[in-house]
Design a protein around this ligand. Structure first.
Ligand SMILES: C[S@@+](CC[C@H](N)C(=O)[O-])C[C@H]1O[C@@H](n2cnc3c(N)ncnc32)[C@H](O)[C@@H]1O
Length: 290
């Protein structure tokens, strides 16, 4: 299992804001004219981009008065998406300082800085009081976190009673080794991909009632097919895209993901859970760590 420093190092890129600024210039836009949709190819670092975000977050049922937590927010694409589309307030937390810094700068471009705040921190020891958030979501983060139970426990702690947690992660389907590198890890030893059952067990153990689940395999294969077709048709990478975050070997990571998903080694899966005091297992007691 890699250290948290090693995970942050895996993601960190220098001059990210500059790279994104150059990208929007190439699109013929400025920081004043750029739209949230223009940034989606680079700031939504999960399978399916903003299309996936909308379909996933609709199930989290975010209301305008909600305070929402984006756990492992990256550069904050989904946080800004939620604030703009549902009118809520969002706090994002991420291990990678460069992502948080870049993400907060991007919030200013859209005048969302008063409703979206990203902070550097660890999902397994969040510096938020208990019962703070109405909703929380995790987008493609669990593959970097071995202790799924602690992840679920922390989410449970910071959610208000009846709070909702949405998870959209890449999950293991069998025992076959994955092709590496993948977007979240260079080698197998740095990957913490787990099965749907392991997620459900962790959620149930800490007191989440799973209310729905959905396998996004077909959607993911279509997404990657389109991505591959677009890059084959283009002479150069698009002005804004995940290559900015994933680095030079982005095409190999994409190819490996196509292979891993099409051969049913993994699939991106959504899980929606509801915080429940009744579902919390006895050995934890009610309200421990509150
Ligand atoms: C694939 S990116 C997804 C980013 C974002 N959720 C999105 O969908 O655009 C995974 C993110 O998880 C973050 N991460 C990994 N382990 C973490 C931890 N223990 N605590 C907080 N963030 C973590 C990484 O820094 C990275 O930004």
């Amino acid at each position: 299992m890699p250290s948290f420093e090693a995970i942050a190092k895996h993601y960190a890129r220098s001059d990210l804001l500059q790279a994104i600024s150059i990208g929007i210039e190439k699109l013929g836009k400025t920081t004043a004219t750029v739209a949230l949709e223009d940034l989606a190819p680079v700031d939504e670092f999960h399978i399916g981009g903003s299309l996936a975000t909308r379909s996933f977050l609709d199930q989290v049922a975010i209301a305008a008065e909600d305070h929402v937590l984006d756990i492992g927010c990256g550069i904050g694409g989904a946080s800004r998406f939620a604030a703009q589309n549902y009118g809520c307030r969002v706090t994002g937390i991420d291990l990678t300082a460069a992502y948080v810094e870049t993400g907060n700068a991007l919030c200013y471009w859209f005048e969302l800085q008063h409703r979206v705040n990203l902070v550097q921190g660890n999902a397994l020891a969040m510096n938020f009081p208990a019962n703070t958030f109405d909703k929380a979501f995790i987008l493609h983060v669990g593959m970097n976190i071995e202790d799924k139970e602690l992840l679920a426990e922390e989410a449970w702690r910071v959610l208000k009673p009846d709070g909702v947690l949405g998870i959209y992660d890449v999950m293991r389907l069998g025992f076959e080794e994955l092709a590496f590198p993948v977007p979240w890890a260079t080698v197998s030893e740095s990957s913490s991909v787990a099965s749907l059952d392991e997620y459900k067990e962790a959620l149930a153990k800490v007191g989440f009632e799973v209310v729905s689940e959905r396998n996004r395999r077909e959607f993911a294969l279509k997404f990657f097919e389109n991505l591959k077709a677009d890059s084959a048709a283009a002479e150069a990478p698009p002005p804004l895209g995940l290559h900015i975050l994933m680095g030079e070997n982005a095409p190999i990571k994409v190819q490996n993901m196509i292979q891993n998903i099409s051969q049913n080694r993994v699939a991106p899966i959504e899980l929606i859970g509801k915080k429940s005091l009744l579902a919390r297992r006895g050995d934890r007691g009610f309200g421990c760590r509150q």
